[in-house]
Design a protein around this ligand. Structure first.
Ligand SMILES: *Cc1c(COP(=O)(O)O)cnc(C)c1O
Length: 243
């Protein structure tokens, strides 16, 4: 079992490196977040033993239980929240996570900012944006990307207000691409997120827009080709999820 996780992890790192080199990028500029949702602490511990430091969960309560089991024995882990966050869990999320990828409204950002102990530093966040227009996807709505002038005009003042919140530090953007038959079909979605990032960096140069969290098991090579700096990979490391 240990070998399975370690071997799969090695294979994922090799695929990340190949995709980066094909794009003329340094593989060291891409962070792998191992997505551990639905998996038990014992299995997660195998991934940690194989060298994983960044772990992704999409539910606060589920993550809290795992962090309680794993944190003491493994100091220095970074937990990333990648799933939709309800405002009533903002306080716990601000305590537990090193980065929140799924900030999808001004009201959620305000709730998070209120619960950050600024003495310990601002909480790093990403703004999740739905650039594909798929109805099932969370995020600020910007179907079609920056060409969508009306939705962009609505988004900009919200971004400006989020940047002014004292507890948060925006680091970039996150998106989830639709499921497609061939990952090349996902590239326009990833490209749209990068173009939006470039536009926001032009308009709000005081902020740090470096991170693009995009790409999962079935499409991370396409995301890396379009500039992903964080890929979120579950099944390629842990196998298929049950249920
Ligand atoms: C589950 C999940 C992932 C990982 O998906 P895999 O297909 O298992 O790699 C990545 N990002 C988000 C937001 C997820 O919910």
């Amino acid at each position: 079992m240990t070998h399975t996780i370690a071997n799969r992890l090695q294979a994922v790192h090799a695929r990340i490196a190949q995709a980066a080199l094909r794009a003329g990028r340094d593989p060291a500029t891409i962070t792998l977040v191992a997505v551990t949702k639905t998996h038990a602490p014992a299995l997660i511990a195998e991934a940690i033993a194989a060298g994983v430091h960044d772990l992704g969960e999409n539910r606060v309560q589920e993550a809290a239980a795992k962090i309680a089991v794993l944190a003491a024995a493994h100091p220095g882990l970074r937990w990333h929240l990648i799933g939709h966050l309800q405002r009533n869990k903002a306080r716990l999320a601000a305590e537990l996570f090193a980065m929140i990828h799924s900030v999808d409204s001004l009201r959620l950002a305000e709730a998070l900012s209120r619960h950050v102990d600024v003495g310990a530093g601002r909480l790093p966040i990403l703004l999740q944006v739905n650039v594909s227009g798929e109805a099932s996807k969370e995020g600020f709505d910007l179907p079609g990307g920056v060409a969508n002038q009306a939705d962009l005009a609505a988004l900009l003042p919200e971004v400006e207000r989020i940047l002014a919140l004292p507890g948060l530090e925006v680091r970039g953007l996150m998106t989830i691409a639709p499921i497609v038959a061939d990952q090349a079909q996902a590239r326009p979605v990833f490209r749209a997120l990068r173009e939006l990032r470039d536009e926001l960096a032009r308009r709000f140069p005081q902020a740090n827009w470096a991170e693009l969290s995009m790409g999962m098991t079935d499409d991370f090579e396409a995301a890396i080709a379009e500039g992903a700096t964080i890929v979120r990979v579950g099944r390629a490391i842990f196998g298929e999820r049950e249920g």
